[in-house]
Design a protein around this ligand. Sequence first.
Ligand code: FAD
Ligand code: MG
Ligand code: MG
Ligand code: MG
Ligand code: MG
Length: 551
Amino acid sequence: GAASSGGLVAYADSNSDDVVGKPQGPPKKKIVVLGTGWGGTTFLRNLDSRLYDVQVISPRNYFAFTPLLPSVTCGTVEPRSVVEPIRRILEKKGGDIKFWEAECFKIDSSNKKIHCRSNIGTNLDGNGEFLVDYDYLVIAVGARSNTFNTPGVEENCFFLKEVEDAQKIRRNVMDCFERASLPYLDEEERKKNLHFVVVGGGPTGVEFAAELHDFVTEDLSKLYPSIQHLVKISLIEAADHILTMFDKRITEFAEDKFGRDGIDVKTGYKVVKVAKDAITMQNPATGDIAVPYGMAVWSTGIGTRPFISEFMKQIGQGKRRVLATDEWLRVRECDGVYAVGDCATINQRRVMDDISEIFRVADKDNSGTLTVKEIQDVLDDIYVRYPQVELYLKSRQMNGIADLVRTAKGDAEKESVELNIEEFKKALSLVDSQVKNLPATAQVASQQGQYLARCFNKMKDAEENPEGPIRIRGEGRHRFRPFRYRHLGQFAPLGGEQTAAQLPGDWISIGHSTQWLWYSVYATKQISWRTRALVISDWSRRFIFGRDSSC
Ligand code: FAD
Ligand code: MG
Ligand code: MG
Ligand code: MG
Ligand code: MG
């Protein structure tokens, strides 16, 4: 708005009409965004692009709504309904954001440059490579599928990560059915072709298995009546249960339902090899078992992209598995570089590392002991900087810090307890156990993209008031609050128009009504009215005519 844009003039686009005649300010800072997935796209949609010179680089010129990819594998939803061209998203913003369809293959953070390569065209050197300068770099390149170097996976398994993957799966499911129908096969060979193996009992593997089961029972059984009894779906999971990230009630319900549906859930089995026609799994009790299969979908684990690993070595993170940022999503020791989503993880600062400093700051009267009041005075700062403290109190059903202090003292009655440093350490000794890595989900990536955009939108303000509104004890002052994740719940579609949901406050809901909640949430979350209309019409078409089996 006009009121808050007092400082905007200097930063306004020097090509646009409204600054003609006004003094021109310093050139806009350059932001380069890598990736057009959940993290990158949410960042771009929330960024005030008038303030910066923005360039976007991604090998994909569209955003993909990944939660609906499992539905694409069986034709419940069409591929074009889950993608939105990035240029359309940028055009809606009105600014002049540039997009290059290319892949970054090297980050040179000491010179603030990135090396890119286009796969669709070549330059005069004949290689399609180019350099881009940045002032700020937002890395949002996501992760790759991880085979954990299991032999044969790369060559023989399907993955479910991109839209193309879902389309390939769909085609191959139909190929398996047509192959199994050929006149010259014997029963064993038909069976083998109709054995579908899903590796990985996480949300994606489970949803795919459920979707495939529905497709087979609701649609394909009518079209392939003579072979439908030969179909088998196996779900292999190395842990003791599937959906381990969900509440036990959901896990149990899912395992029971799959059991009734005839999906063979093999928990405690690790896949050790995938050959052309047999998949070998291992269990301490049974040893190695090799089973023939027609199609295998590998849906377990994600890993770091090679050029990010290379970058991590350069900046001294070579020993880590995932690129680390601080709680402000800044890549440490790397000026102007930020990372969001699946390609990064937040290194949450531990209370125990700062405990003496926290004590010193809180002990205002330098008495060498802390009163409940003294602790309470710094508590808001502590909560902001160390969210694990609040989580810990909640998990212990403690009503604030006074409870903690009294518990530490073993004296629940007395009001005027005081803690010395050793007692203070003891009271907080377990809080860091509440530090957890955030899950690799769209929800996390998009919240981080939004958070970062808001920081960038306020950056100029913050530069003028470096003290900022937020003070965090123990490490000086920061301009912004650290990123804080808000978990809004998670769905696990289980097939047969039934879904399980775990909502905030451990609210569990399972069944047909939850499926309707799922439909409405995913219709609402669509990135545009166009994809919303397409998705809803796909669902309706499926309800009326069933899924399409021609491909
Ligand atoms: P991505 O969305 O993967 O985006 C990465 C972007 O970077 C892409 O545009 C890619 O093309 C680009 N890129 C790659 N390499 C380069 C490079 N070298 N240079 C430049 N750009 C590059 N999460 C949920 O919360 N709920 C769900 O129901 C859910 N369902 C899922 C179902 C499936 C089948 C899958 C695969 C994932 C699902 N997820 C879900 C997880 C969610 O999709 C990811 O956590 C999310 O996409 C992460 O966002 P991101 O921006 O980090 O990465
Ligand atoms: Mg992204
Ligand atoms: Mg995505
Ligand atoms: Mg992450
Ligand atoms: Mg004191």
